[in-house]
Structures are given as structure tokens and as C-alpha cells.
Design a protein around this ligand. Structure first.
Ligand SMILES: [Zn+2]
Length: 271
């Protein structure tokens, strides 16, 4: 038997099914054996007294994302994946962001230029779709999904990202055709603009008012609308960044009616 490149020796291996004292033998970047008294590896890690866990997968991160005049992203791939590894995550899934007027394929290619050679862990990309032209939905998206980029995110708010209802329906429909998972950020754009301008006029500019500008009804209404579009197109969606009980109740209500919609919490500010 070929020698292992690395043996993690003497730890307590924890898997989805078991917890047991064992050594882990790695060759060619792959776990090739889990067992007792494995032969010496080229490299050895003494894991006695330690838990040896499968690497975590952080399925929703934002790294090196263009700011479009908004706040710049704090982390790029180097610092972001370094902290992922420090926290036990060995795979991260950030978002390749399509700039309006550009192709989705180019967004993915440009994002690879940010990630490749800069990352301490494995990574895959979701795609943020901000400009669902017929070429993007008809050609680019099916080809990207066939190439392994099978999840996309759309926004119902933010000036440079927001899609209107017709665009959301077109995206859901096209995603259903090519088997892509659609994630939706649900907050009502017009409602937030209305509240923001009202608060600005009143001179209420403190960070606290960011929450006041987006009460639970803003998220609930958008979640209900996205779920209705999902029902109309027959395409299940995942509502991300679910922050309030009322939006969560919309998802539960849809599930109780047999819809496959999902929700993923990630707190933002709601009151
Ligand atoms: Zn996000």
C-alpha cells in the first residue's frame, strides 16, 4: 500500500454516524483510511486529546464583492478563507455578482480571478443575477448550470440589485427550466425607499433608524410576494436572510400548503 501523505494520529474522529478513537490517513488530498495504528505517513499530526471533525461548509458568505458605491466588502478571499479555516470551515460558497449591463458568465470569470490562488480552503460560487436579459436567461444561465454553477440569488431591494416582479417571474421560470436553485433576498424596495425618505426628511439619520426603515411588514410582504411568484411558476425558492417571525410564518404557511419553499435565517435589523 502506498504511503500516506499525512496521518492525523491518535484523535477522536467524529462523523455524522460515529465518534471513535482512530487515525486518519490522507493521500492525494483525499481521506483514504480511518483506522487504528495506521502506518507512518510522510507527514504526521498528533491529534491526541483532540476531536477530528469533517471540515465545515459555510454555504452563504460574501467575499470580495463589488460595492457599487455602497460599503466595500471587508473581506476578500485571502482574509475571508483564512478566517473560515480558523473556524473549521474547509469550504465556502460566496457570490459572483453580475453588474448590470454585463454578462453573468463574465461575472463568474472575473470572480475566479479574485479567488483562484488566493484561497486557503475549497470554494464554489453562487451567482447574483441583477440583469436577467433574454441572453442571460436563455443561454448563459443554462450553460453555467450545466458547468456546475447551479444556484443563484436575486434581490427585491437595493438600488443596484433589485428586480421587479416581472423579472423575478422570468428568473424563477428560467431557473426551473435548467434546474437552478433560486435564493431570494426578500425586503420590499418601494416600502424601504418610502420609509427612508420619510426618516431622512425628519432628520432621523442615526443607525438605529436603519431598523425603523424596514419593519417586519416590509420583509413579510416581500416574502409573501416571492412565494406567490414561486407558486405561479411552480419553482421552489429559498428565502435567505430571513430575519423576522412574520416572514418565517409566510414560509411555514407555504410549506403547510405543500410547497417546497425553504428559509435560511441570517439576522439583519428588523423591529
Ligand atoms: Zn447574503
Amino acid at each position: 500500500m502506498d504511503q500516506f501523505d499525512l496521518v492525523v494520529r491518535g484523535g477522536t474522529v467524529v462523523t455524522a454516524a460515529d465518534t471513535a478513537r482512530a487515525d486518519v490517513g490522507i493521500r492525494g488530498g483525499k481521506i483514504m483510511a480511518v483506522g487504528i495504528d495506521l502506518p507512518k505517513g510522510r507527514d504526521e499530526v498528533d491529534a491526541s486529546g483532540l476531536l477530528v471533525l469533517p471540515g465545515g461548509i459555510d454555504s452563504h458568505v460574501h467575499l470580495a464583492q463589488p460595492a457599487f458605491g455602497g460599503p466595500a466588502m471587508a473581506d476578500g478571499f485571502e482574509s475571508g478563507t483564512r478566517s473560515a479555516i480558523a473556524g473549521g470551515n474547509t469550504t465556502v460558497l460566496p457570490f459572483a455578482l453580475q453588474a448590470r449591463g454585463t454578462s453573468l458568465r463574465k461575472a463568474v470569470e472575473d470572480y475566479h480571478k479574485e479567488a483562484d490562488g488566493q484561497s486557503y480552503c475549497d470554494y464554489g460560487f453562487h451567482m447574483i443575477l441583477t440583469d436577467p436579459t433574454p441572453a442571460v436567461l436563455g443561454q448563459e444561465l443554462p450553460a453555467l448550470v450545466a458547468g456546475g454553477y447551479s444556484s443563484l440569488k436575486v434581490f427585491m431591494t437595493y438600488d443596484d440589485l433589485v428586480l421587479n416582479d416581472r423579472e423575478l417571474l422570468e428568473v424563477f421560470d428560467a431557473a426551473g427550466e435548467c434546474g437552478a436553485l433560486v435564493m431570494v433576498h426578500c425586503e420590499g424596495y418601494d416600502a424601504i425607499r418610502f420609509m427612508t425618505e420619510k426618516l431622512e426628511k425628519a432628520g432621523k439619520l442615526a443607525p438605529y433608524y436603519h431598523a425603523v426603515s424596514r419593519p417586519q411588514s416590509v420583509e413579510r410582504e416581500a416574502a409573501h410576494r416571492a412565494i406567490s411568484h414561486s407558486e405561479l411558476t411552480g419553482v421552489p425558492i429559498m428565502i435567505v436572510h430571513v430575519s423576522g417571525r412574520e416572514a418565517m410564518e409566510q414560509i411555514r404557511r407555504a410549506q403547510s400548503r405543500g410547497m417546497q419553499n425553504m428559509g435560511k435565517p441570517a439576522p439583519s435589523i428588523s423591529v
